[in-house]
Design a protein around this ligand. Sequence first.
Ligand code: NAD
Length: 293
Amino acid sequence: MHHAPETLPTTGQRALRAGLIGQGIQKSRTPAMHRAEGAAQGLALSYDLIDIDRMMPVPPLSQMLDTAEAQGFAGLNITYPFKKEVIGLLDELSENARKMGAVNTVVFRDGKRFGHNTDFWGFAEGLRRGLPGADLSEVLLLGAGGAGGAVAHALAGAGAGKILIADQNLRAAIALAKDIAAYGTRAEVVSDMAEAARRAKGIVNATPMGMAKLPGTAIDPALLNPDHWVCDIVYFPLETALLAAARMRGCRTLNGSGMAVFQAVRAFELFTGLAADPARMRATFESFTETPA
Ligand code: NAD
């Protein structure tokens, strides 16, 4: 019996459209992860970049959603600056999306729009697999922005005893601490980094410090000790100064690829109803060698 190669469109192949709405997304690896996973599973899956930097004038978000829905999209990923704004345009929210007040994945089904947050699960799954058994009794979180919020909620969901939150924007740190406390996890805003590092079992960087365009670290690496586990969610580059310093001191470390890969794994499952292969999606993620600034 003849079998057509899996990646070639064949008659009767299930077609599916998805995309990413956001700003400054031209170098995102998410489209490639979805396209390759779709092809490997025999889907004719297209994934469009809907980049507001490339639109003149920029249509309202509501119109971009209407258009995608009318064109039969299965769903959309949503990123900066729309993760909060999109909530007002949806019919239902998952529990995680509601807790976080942010949506990064929209599914169109039965004439309704469902909002999910797969960054939350992505971080948790990356941590569970990448640093199994990590002591979560007291965790120092650097950065209380959008990604820091996903990390904090994921840590809380993973059973963290207490989250110490540091941000140069004190209001952001206070708001996140309140938010986490509302869900029953102890949280504390910290500014004395030496004391916070002494108390913490693990440290997560969710500030942009360490990105190619923002070199440096949000914590003095001299404050790391070998008993700390250290996670950096920055992924351009994957090897940040913080992770390099942590490894030199003998710390267990985790880079930003897990969160990026697993948010896409869960989004693929939401778009298609099919289980994704995390190893295959990670291989696509890692096939990029360039380091966008
Ligand atoms: P954001 O701008 O919403 O938040 C960043 C926060 O960090 C701000 O509150 C800011 O005040 C704080 N901050 C900046 N420098 C600091 C410093 N030196 N000390 C203390 N606080 C500081 O950005 P975001 O959307 O939360 O993203 C943060 C970074 O996370 C991004 O730059 C990106 O590299 C990374 N990220 C990774 C993934 C992933 O999947 N791995 C996903 C999203 C974001």
